[in-house]
Design a protein around this ligand. Structure first.
Ligand SMILES: Cc1cc2nc3c(=O)[nH]c(=O)nc-3n(C[C@H](O)[C@H](O)[C@H](O)COP(=O)(O)OP(=O)(O)OC[C@H]3O[C@@H](n4cnc5c(N)ncnc54)[C@H](O)[C@@H]3O)c2cc1C
Length: 398
């Protein structure tokens, strides 16, 4: 008599979870639990908000054959009984769990009014709400984008190119993860788009009329977009798993939870060796494939391989006609090489298309998609018998 296939539950159908589910789908019974019936191409949410991309994918083409999609949210993980409890009531048991809940916008409690009066863009429903607010806005009205990380820059570029009056405010310099050269190219493009850039300006409050700075200046705005800060869901911490200070699940280099070898984490919500990779779709997809490899190795009774992934750079779109690409060493150290303009935009677009193509290919033909290797030199020492010896920082390029 044949053995029943091991049951794998994947929490979160983003880049990491979708890739992981497809890779394990040939050898296991796999269920993906995700709050929406469609895939969200988060890397396009600024475009979705601006009304020039749907930012959605069809799971029927993105998940391996036989994968079950359960549209729900996991409210709690109970490792003792290997069960996840759903927000709508029921529960699902697993032999192996892949934790891939991604990241989310944070709205700091220390800045009153953000929750009521500002529009985040980092999640599908937020971007949808912003899209609606923008669609009813007089084109001459000022839109203030707070936060000039990559998401803030991309959102500003997208809206300004549509002829909107955009103001970009940040507490330091724009694009803190950019080199001087890439930052100069970004300034130039924003200046051509007539974006008003206010650096070293700390927003301390948001009201219906716009954000206010620490010197009391109110920046009159019809819409305030909030892009300052990414966090991760509380689920791992709330379920009793060891996490870093941000809430990412602590794993070893095979992406296995340091608390439980039946639980494997991937993507923005994972902190391998307490030394997390930059939050990016670029790293989430390879981590998903690695997490799947770990599960398959355990099932086969083999030693799982360590994460072996290398970055290639950072791409920013600044509207639909121009962008900036900063090349990186595999270990994510910026190089001096920067491309700007249309060629940079094309490179960035190619990267996003390649990610979606990778998911489609993996769904059709599991275990065929590869990724760049060679950049992983973790400095933390989280192991399954101990905690990391170095406080995790919120490494966050978005
Ligand atoms: C506007 C924008 C532009 C970006 N551009 C780029 C880019 O150009 N290049 C790049 O590399 N990265 C980019 N990023 C970052 C990139 O999108 C993320 O790093 C990537 O999506 C992380 O993938 P993930 O699979 O870890 O998580 P996600 O893609 O966030 O997927 C996680 C999924 O889990 C679901 N989930 C969460 N909690 C639960 C729960 N309790 N139960 C069930 N499901 C749950 C979520 O709803 C989501 O569907 C961008 C991000 C934004 C917001």
């Amino acid at each position: 008599m044949s053995q029943p296939r091991p049951r794998v539950v994947v929490i979160g159908g983003g880049y990491a979870g979708t890739a992981a589910a497809s890779r394990v789908s040939r050898k296991t019974a796999v269920t993906v639990i995700n709050p929406r019936p469609h895939f969200v191409e988060r890397t396009r949410l600024h475009q979705f908000a601006a009304g020039n991309h749907h930012a959605s994918g069809d799971y029927r083409k993105l998940l391996g054959k036989g994968t079950e999609l359960l549209v729900d949210t996991v409210a709690h993980i109970e490792p003792r009984t290997r069960t996840v409890h759903l927000a709508t009531g029921g529960s699902v048991g697993y032999d192996y769990l892949i934790y891939a809940v991604g990241s989310e916008a944070t709205r700091p409690a220390t800045v009153p009014g953000v929750e009521e009066f500002a529009f985040p863009v980092a999640e599908y429903e937020h971007a949808e709400r912003l899209r609606h607010a923008l669609s009813t806005l007089d084109p001459d009205s000022v839109v203030t984008v707070v936060g000039a990380g990559l998401t803030g820059l991309e959102t500003s570029g997208e809206l300004a190119e549509q002829g909107r009056r955009v103001r970009l405010v940040c507490s330091g310099v724009i694009g803190p993860v950019l080199t001087e050269k890439a930052r100069r190219a970004t300034y130039e493009r924003l200046s051509n788009l007539r974006v008003e850039v206010l650096e070293n300006s700390r927003v301390v409050r948001v009201g219906p009329d716009g954000p206010a700075l620490d010197d009391g200046t109110v920046l009159p705005s019809a819409v305030t977009v909030w892009t300052a800060g990414f966090g991760v869901p509380e689920l791992a911490r709330a379920s009793g798993f060891s996490t870093d200070t941000v809430g990412r699940m602590l794993t070893d280099e095979t992406l296995t939870s340091i608390d439980d070898d039946r639980v494997i984490a991937a993507g923005d919500c994972a902190a391998p060796s307490g030394d997390p990779l930059r939050m990016a779709c670029q790293s989430a997809l390879p981590m998903g494939l690695t997490a799947a490899g770990t599960v398959l190795s355990r099932i086969a009774g083999e030693e799982p391989a360590s994460l072996d992934f290398g970055f290639n750079g950072i791409g920013i779109s600044l509207g639909r006609r121009s962008g900036v690409v900063q090349f990186h060493e595999r270990d994510d150290t910026p190089e001096d090489r920067v491309f700007a303009g249309r060629i940079a935009l094309s490179l960035k677009a190619l990267g996003l298309k390649a990610a979606m193509a990778g998911l489609r290919v993996e769904a059709l033909c599991p275990s065929t998609v590869g990724f760049p290797r060679g950049g992983r030199h973790p400095s933390g020492t989280a192991t399954r018998t101990g905690s990391p010896d170095r406080a995790a920082t919120s490494r966050n390029a978005r």
